[in-house]
Design a protein around this ligand. Structure first.
Ligand SMILES: Nc1ncnc2c1ncn2[C@@H]1O[C@H](COP(=O)(O)OP(=O)(O)OP(=O)(O)O)[C@@H](O)[C@H]1O
Length: 283
């Protein structure tokens, strides 16, 4: 369980808190998606989980944040990094090796994983990300999507209980973004891993997340199942969250009394609703 209790944070260089009065519980094994407008505080929220704040970026930290009962202020970064694996926005800055295999070995060796376990961990992580064939490839020869999967594999190999990912699909086309999320969700489900992912593409998040969190100007505006959050598409649009048009259309049909079911996440579901509405109207 990841717990935020009355948490607020102001960077040392800042003039005001960037996060305020955050109380949130993310259960074990949950796939939690975080979205919101640029600068709303999404990355900072994840920094409170992996300890980047206050350990790397100091500031005024109020309330408390615990991961599996470990207080992220009191715990050392070493202890936290054994529990929380993070993939940052800038993948190239995270890569430390020139070849895929070395990139995965680096973390395993640094964390003191027993030698006999290492080959299985490397293979398992590459397999989970569907990139076994990339083992010997130079990292500079990889596409953006492949690099993203290597970065994920190098963290997954460490078998953290919690994965924190900051905009893992920012550089990827829609098909690669979908592929990364699909692999990630399957891995998390099979291993009981808690995933916290910051992502701009709310349609993609909504397909995979159990819990969708909307951050607005340092506060949590919504934290609920995707359908429940998407039911507020007009508010989301006003907050700068790019709600899918299919969701907005169906919410308008609902507001007009033409539909009474749950909010939809994609075009296919919206088409079904439109068919149902037209059939009822006798068109
Ligand atoms: N190290 C830092 N020192 C001071 N202020 C910071 C630091 N990092 C972020 N901020 C400020 O905190 C606020 C929230 O930033 P954060 O990166 O958490 O938002 P975000 O929602 O993830 O933004 P984006 O979508 O643009 O990545 C911004 O005003 C930002 O300028």
């Amino acid at each position: 369980m990841i717990k935020f209790q009355d948490f607020s944070f102001q960077y040392r260089e800042g003039v005001a808190p960037v996060l305020r009065d955050i109380t949130l519980a993310i259960p074990d094994g949950c796939f939690c998606g975080i979205t919101g407008a640029a600068g709303s505080g999404k990355s900072t929220l994840t920094y409170a989980i992996n300890g980047i704040i206050p350990h790397c970026y100091p500031g005024d930290f109020y309330g408390n944040v615990t991961v599996e009962g470990l207080d992220t202020v009191e715990a050392s970064l070493t202890d936290l990094s054994a529990l929380v694996g993070s993939v940052c926005q800038d993948i190239d800055s995270q890569m430390v090796s020139t070849v895929v295999e070395d990139e995965i070995l680096y973390g395993l060796e640094n964390f003191g994983v027993p030698k006999e376990e290492i080959p299985g961990r490397v293979h398992g992580a590459l397999e989970a990300m569907g990139i076994v064939e990339l083992l010997s490839r130079p990292i500079e020869s990889l596409s953006g999507g492949q690099k993203q999967k290597v970065a994920l594999a190098s963290i997954i190999a460490l078998q953290p209980k919690v994965l924190v990912l900051d905009e893992p699909t920012a550089e990827l086309d829609p098909a690669s973004s979908e592929a990364v999320f699909r692999l990630l969700a399957r891995y998390a489900r099979e291993n009981g891993t808690t995933v916290v992912v910051v992502e701009q593409k709310i349609a993609l998040l909504s397909e995979y997340a159990d819990l969708l969190v909307i951050v607005d100007d340092g506060r949590i505006r919504f934290a609920d199942a995707p359908e429940a959050v998407l039911a507020h598409s007009d508010e989301l649009l006003a907050l700068g969250v790019n709600c899918p048009r299919s969701t907005t259309l169906v919410n308008r049909l609902k507001a007009a009394g033409l539909y009474s079911g749950p909010a939809v996440r994609n075009v296919a579901a919206a088409v079904d609703v439109c068919r149902e509405v037209l059939a009822r109207a006798g068109a």
